[in-house]
Ligand binder design. Structure first.
Ligand code: DON
Length: 331
C-alpha cells in the first residue's frame, strides 16, 4: 500500500499515480488471454480481446486515464443501475422495493431457474436480468422510446452530452436473446410485468445498447460516490437516498455470483457488463494517513475479455490491485 506522501493533490503526485497506473494496465493486459469475449450477443464478438483501459476521476477533479481509453462500448448490464435509478425517481423508492427485492441471487445474471424454484414474491434484485426486466416494465411510458428518454436525460445530466444507441448491438441482442425472452414470458405469467412484454424487452435491449466510454463510466461513478451530487456544480442529479440504495445494491449484487469475492477483495460498489465495462463508485474514506483519492472517486474500466461469471477478467484484477495499493475499500 502507498504511504508517506503528505499531499496527493499535487501535479507531481498525479504524474506519479499516472505512471504507476500505466504500469499496472500493461501488466494486467496480459491477463486478458485468460478470458473470452462474450459471444452470445454476436455483435459483441467484434471487440478487441486484448483491450484494457481505465479512467479514474477524483471528486477534486484529478483524472488518470490509461490504456484503451478511446474505445466506446455498450452499457449492457451497467444500464441496470441507470434504469433502477430512473424508476426510483419516477415511482418512488417504496414502490420499487415493493416490486423488486434487494437480495443477492447467488446465481448467474440470466438465471431463470431460481424464479420458479424459490416461488419468489418478487425478483431477487434489480441488477440481475429478471429484476432489471421487471424494473424496465415499471418505467413510465408506453413505447420503448418514451421509457428510454428519462434514462438518456439522466445520462446527459451526468455526462454533459447525450450518448447514442448502438443499433447494431441492439439488433444483434434483439434477434438472439432467447433467454431474456424466456425470462420475459415467465415474468408475464407470474404477473410481475407492469407493461406490455414486447415493449419491455425492446426497451431492455435498447438500454443495454447505449454507447459509452470509460470516461463516461468514471464520471457516473464519481457522482454516485458523491451521493448523487455533481461535485463541480453542487447540483443534486440523483436524490441521495436513491444513490445510497443503488451503491448498496452494486456492492451486494453488482458482480453477480462473484459479488461476495469482489466485496471482500476489492471492497467498492461496482457494476459490470458483458461488453467488458465496469463502473465503480469509491466514496470518501476516513484514514489516519493521506492516501490517493481520499475524498472519493469514480472509476471506469474496459476489458472485453470476460471470466466465467461474465465480468471483465483483467478489469477485475486491475481494480483489485489498485484498490489494494490505494486502500480504496469502503470497509
Ligand atoms: O441481458 C443480457 O444478457 C445482456 N444485455 C446484459 C448482460 C450483462 O451485461 C451481464 N453482465 N455481466
Amino acid at each position: 500500500m502507498v504511504q508517506g506522501v503528505a499531499n496527493w493533490n499535487t501535479e507531481q503526485t498525479r504524474d506519479w499515480l499516472q505512471s504507476y497506473t500505466d504500469d499496472w494496465v500493461s501488466f494486467y493486459r496480459k491477463h486478458t488471454s485468460d478470458g473470452e469475449v462474450a459471444s452470445y450477443i454476436p455483435e459483441l464478438l467484434k471487440a478487441d480481446p486484448d483491450a484494457l483501459g481505465i479512467t479514474v476521476i477524483g471528486k477534486n477533479g484529478m483524472t488518470l486515464r490509461s490504456g484503451d481509453v478511446n474505445t466506446t462500448f455498450t452499457l449492457q448490464s451497467i444500464s441496470k443501475v441507470i434504469s433502477f435509478v430512473v424508476a426510483c425517481m419516477e415511482r418512488g423508492v417504496a414502490y420499487m422495493l415493493d416490486r423488486v427485492d434487494v437480495e443477492p441471487a447467488g446465481e448467474a445474471f440470466n438465471s431463470i431457474m431460481h424464479l420458479e424454484m424459490k416461488q419468489l414474491k418478487k425478483p431477487f434484485n434489480p441488477l440481475i436480468n429478471a429484476g432489471a426486466i421487471t424494473v424496465t416494465s415499471i418505467l413510465e411510458g408506453r413505447t420503448s422510446d418514451e421509457k428510454l428518454e428519462p434514462m438518456f436525460e439522466l445520462l446527459e445530466d451526468m455526462l454533459g452530452h447525450r450518448p447514442e444507441l448502438d443499433v447494431d448491438v441492439y439488433e444483434s441482442e434483439r434477434d438472439s436473446s432467447m433467454r431474456n425472452r424466456a425470462i420475459g414470458y415467465y415474468l408475464l405469467e407470474t404477473g410481475f410485468l407492469e407493461s406490455d412484454m414486447s415493449v419491455t424487452l425492446e426497451t431492455y435491449f435498447k438500454q443495454c445498447s447505449i454507447d459509452v466510454s470509460i470516461d463516461d463510466l468514471a464520471r457516473i461513478g464519481m457522482i454516485l460516490a458523491n451521493d448523487g451530487r455533481d461535485p463541480e456544480t453542487g447540483e443534486e442529479i440523483i436524490p441521495r437516498q436513491i444513490a445510497r440504495i443503488t451503491k448498496a445494491l452494486m456492492l451486494t449484487c453488482g458482480m453477480y455470483d462473484a459479488s461476495g469475492k469482489f466485496a471482500t477483495y476489492v471492497g467498492i460498489p461496482a457494476k459490470s457488463g458483458v461488453s467488458g465495462g465496469i463502473i465503480a463508485a469509491v466514496p470518501p474514506r476516513v484514514r489516519d494517513e493521506e492516501l490517493p483519492f481520499l475524498s472519493g472517486c469514480g472509476i471506469g474500466v474496459y476489458g472485453p475479455s470476460l471470466d466465467d461469471k461474465g465480468n471483465s477478467i483483467a478489469g477485475i484484477r486491475l481494480l483489485r490491485h489498485i484498490a489494494n495499493q490505494w486502500d480504496l475499500s469502503i470497509f
